[in-house]
Design a protein around this ligand. Sequence first.
Ligand code: PPS
Length: 568
Amino acid sequence: MLISPYGGTLNQLYVTPERAEQLKAESRQLPSWDLTPRQLCDIELLLNGAFSPLNGFMGRADYDAVVQGMRLADGTLWPLPVTLDISDALAAELAPGMRLALRDAEGVLIAILSLQDLWQPDRHAEAQQVFGTQDCCHPGVAQLLERNHSWYAGGTLEGVEAPNHVDFVTLRQTPRELRAQFEKWGWRRIAAFQTRNPMHRAHQELTFRAAKEAEANLLIHPVVGLTKPGDIDHYTRVRCYEKVLKRYPDQTAALSLLPLSMRMGGPREALLHAIIRRNYGCTHLIVGRDHAGPGKDSNGEDFYGPYEAQALMKEHAEELGIKMIPFEQMVYVRERAEYAPASRVHPDETVLAISGTEFRRRLREGYEIPEWFSYPDVVEELRKTHPPKARQGFTVFFTGLSGSGKSTIANGLLSKLLEIGGRAITLLDGDVVRKHLSSELGFSREHRNLNILRIGFVASEITKNGGIAICAPIAPYASTRREVREMIEAVGGFIEVHINTPLEVCEERDRKGLYAKARAGLIKEFTGISDPYETPETPEMRIDTTGSTPEKAVQEIVLKLINLGYIK
Ligand code: PPS
């Protein structure tokens, strides 16, 4: 443990090199768990002391007390559960008193957990009490209810090795390192700024004023672990922060990265952010409007009030060991050509504002982003990774019965797009994929799913890198198509085209003679005959080729792509 003027007691859960070697040897005999990306964030902050006073994943008593009353079992203020969720299969192998090896995705031993409690939490109750809702539009609730495993394993940790990072290593400080830096620089009052978004002028103004008011130095402390789905990736953001950092007076501000897995828990999460920053040696935390806000609920309403986080922080000010600098929204006042707190604008003044949604739209469409809103070099950085729609990758995903005309139209679309030019295009036709990617697969449900997910994976890689993927499998099952859509929409555009040629027409065409064979029972599990085709409910396009030509279908699709902005 370390006692310093910066933020009090700090845990250190890493063991000595000798003990680490011993644990590595012993771990070969122990049950093992590969930590998820989320858990890797949590364990990093547990091991390096950022989550002090926690000394492991929470056991049952702490968990219950935190969920119900925002306190550990001993009464210490702690707002959110930090638990290790594990699978049924692993839980069946474990019992309290045993030890569990915790590894990263490559199998590197990160820590050994001495298991104290193993239990199945009521995750709905947890969501309700911790987040105040069970609505899965809340990212923290969705994670808890839809993705977390159903067992929790609680116990103390012996840290063997810190999770490995290769990116921005010079900007990744542990609480100890950051405290030592503050000491060296002579920084006694440090205001931390928490963010998961790129910083624009308003943020620079806000942080500059907040630090000035508190007579403090500024630590820009962005979250680079897991944030809200759809956020701008941290690589791009960090390059932007580096540009913003230059806008503060020399030697007054620093940038360091925080590998936190956010829960988007609003007010409760604000308390966690404060505790973490206290542990990193900060004396103040800037808390603005809608801190750690999860967005809108399924009725389009906010989950928490805009200043609820500030109110909760105020309530616990005494116990936190770090002060809050509450800050209201900054807006640009045209007449003054400067930023001002929203409440200090006269009614006859004009406020200019660009919302986050509007900003993303402008980025996507390649529209102008004014200099009063952001810095040109920040915008340039964002445009590199977020090109306008006409330069973004996308996938055209055809689905339909065998013989419906998918391949012909897909090939036609390929030719047309090549004629338009300027883009990298890959055609993943059903037959071609089955030859090169899925040659060992048959047509059972399981094999078809594998086949479609493989296509989806390749298409998502192409899309992510700005290319165009055209896929043309039967893809008969709705759930698999949904999975592919989610995978691709996370990285670019997805246009599902249902080739709706009726079964009778496909069967009459029977170019490959397969329908005849299927009817005769010579081919089993044939789509439309002896295996289902689940009609897409809301594809972007539906095309019936009966009585039409492939050329017309291709034309229709090209017009749709122009309409959606993917081609010019
Ligand atoms: S799937 O369901 O999406 O995995 O199918 P896909 O990879 O597109 O492969 C379909 C082509 O395989 C031929 N074929 C069959 N189709 C459906 N059901 C069965 N049982 C079957 N057996 C072979 C058929 O020629 C399909 O080609 P297309 O181009 O669709 O006519």
